[in-house]
Design a protein around this ligand. Structure first.
Ligand code: ADP
Length: 401
């Protein structure tokens, strides 16, 4: 079974083609700078001799229609498929599923209309996701298309965890509540943890940490998300590359009243100019690590703040879970930055969390236990694979047809 996974943004489309018999990636690539004169189309695939090969093309790709046409041309030209009819399904990443979608959905007019209705909740993401779905449906109408939502894994949050203490009618009339994001990644790593710990998923309690440019944590009880740090939007919770995470909301009124900020400049401030970048001027964790080693005080402070916020949530999630079987790190930072893993878990032996420094310092390119053998809570690094998770969920929907 061949499944194409599309992650369409406003000006880019990432794609990966999977052979689902063995979850192997047949080809992957990216279309960038859609709408510009120097758009870029890339594909990585396995050639007829079994060697890894790449093609890159530069030229104007006007819109998502052209982008999908190029993906299909590249897949056919490289003989990965003979035609789009070879596909058994297409899985689409959709960022915001709101309260409408608690699981993956086979795309039809009703689903398209639902994703459209959710645009006000995710104005930067849902329109691009939707453009990908519409064009793909048009180009291969006989291939089942499945929408997989970043929010769906968090549909199991209890109401007392997802509701904000605002007037209840804002929830009823304006859909204001915690939705949570990175759900595909949290779901994938928790399933992987259940396999490696040889524990049924529905008996596993975990704290999952997806730490990339965007960062979120999730409390998983009996395999289900019961709380997560991101909220109505991906701005809440942890300190991120350029996002503030949790702040006192009254800071916004104060800045508007005394510093002349507007809604738009506050939006930019909190989403693009805050977080690690706001504190030390850089949002790339590798560079911040180097700056801190060279004695940059702001970089050291940014790291301290980043790790402190994570530690607070580990404490909070340990409290709501009661029993924690494992803590899982993933994402660009979680998979690669041993200092962040060590410092955010330091001093938590009272919660049963003990990191083995020597293992933690090794490269973790596959599932790795970084806790001591006697640590009651297992600490794991699990490389995430959101594309594979979208493909697996797409396969499940198609097989149930
Ligand atoms: P995105 O949220 O954009 O998908 P990623 O999951 O790719 O982000 O993570 C990007 C972050 O991971 C950046 O801050 C980057 O510096 C960090 N990162 C990547 N590799 C390493 C590494 N070897 N050591 C420390 N940080 C790393």
């Amino acid at each position: 079974m061949k499944i194409l996974v599309l992650n369409a943004g406003s000006s880019s489309v990432k794609y990966q083609l999977f052979e689902m018999n063995d979850n192997q990636v047949l080809a992957s690539g990216l279309i960038e700078k859609i709408g510009e004169m120097d758009s870029l189309a890339k594909i990585k695939y396995c050639d007829e001799r079994g060697c890894e090969a790449k093609i890159e093309r530069v030229g104007n790709i006007k819109n998502h229609d052209d982008a999908l046409a190029i993906i299909s041309d590249l897949l056919i030209e490289t003989k990965v498929i003979a035609s789009l009819d070879d596909l058994d399904g297409v899985g689409h990443r959709v960022v915001q599923g709101g309260s409408l979608f608690s699981k993956p959905a086979l795309v039809d007019a009703h689903v398209i209309e639902g994703i459209e209705r959710l645009i006000p909740l995710a104005p930067l993401h849902n329109p691009g996701n939707l453009a990908g779905i519409k064009v793909s449906l048009e180009k291969s109408p006989s291939v089942p298309q499945v929408a997989v939502f970043d929010t769906a894994f968090h549909a199991t949050l209890p109401q007392y965890a997802y509701l904000y203490a605002l007037p209840y009618k804002l929830f009823e009339e304006a859909n204001v509540r915690r939705y949570g994001f990175h759900g595909t990644s949290h779901h994938f790593i928790v399933k992987e943890a259940a396999k490696t710990l040889q524990k049924p998923l529905n008996e596993l309690n975990a704290i999952t940490l997806h730490l990339g440019n965007g960062a979120s944590m999730c409390a998983v009880k009996n395999g289900k998300s019961i709380d997560t740090t991101m909220g109505l939007t991906p701005l809440e919770g942890l300190i991120m590359g350029t996002r503030s995470g949790d702040i006192d909301p009254a800071i916004l009124f104060y800045l508007a009243r005394t510093q002349g900020y507007t809604i738009d400049t506050l939006d930019t401030l909190l989403n693009k100019e805050s977080g690690l970048k706001g504190i030390c001027g850089n949002n790339d964790m590798r560079e911040i690590g180097k700056m801190a080693q060279e004695g940059d005080e702001k970089a050291k402070l940014a790291l301290e703040m980043f790790n402190y916020r994570i530690k607070k949530y580990i404490g909070a999630y340990s409290a709501i879970l009661g029993r924690v079987d494992c803590i899982i790190f993933t994402g660009g930072i979680g998979e690669n930055d041993s200092d962040v893993r060590r410092d955010s878990c330091q001093g938590l032996s009272n919660l049963g969390i003990e990191i083995d420094e020597s293992v933690n310092n090794q490269r973790c390119s596959s599932i790795t236990y970084i806790s001591t053998t006697s640590s009651p809570v297992k600490v794991l690094v699990i490389p995430t694979n959101e594309e594979l998770e979208i493909a697996l969920q797409t396969k499940e929907v198609i097989e149930a047809l």
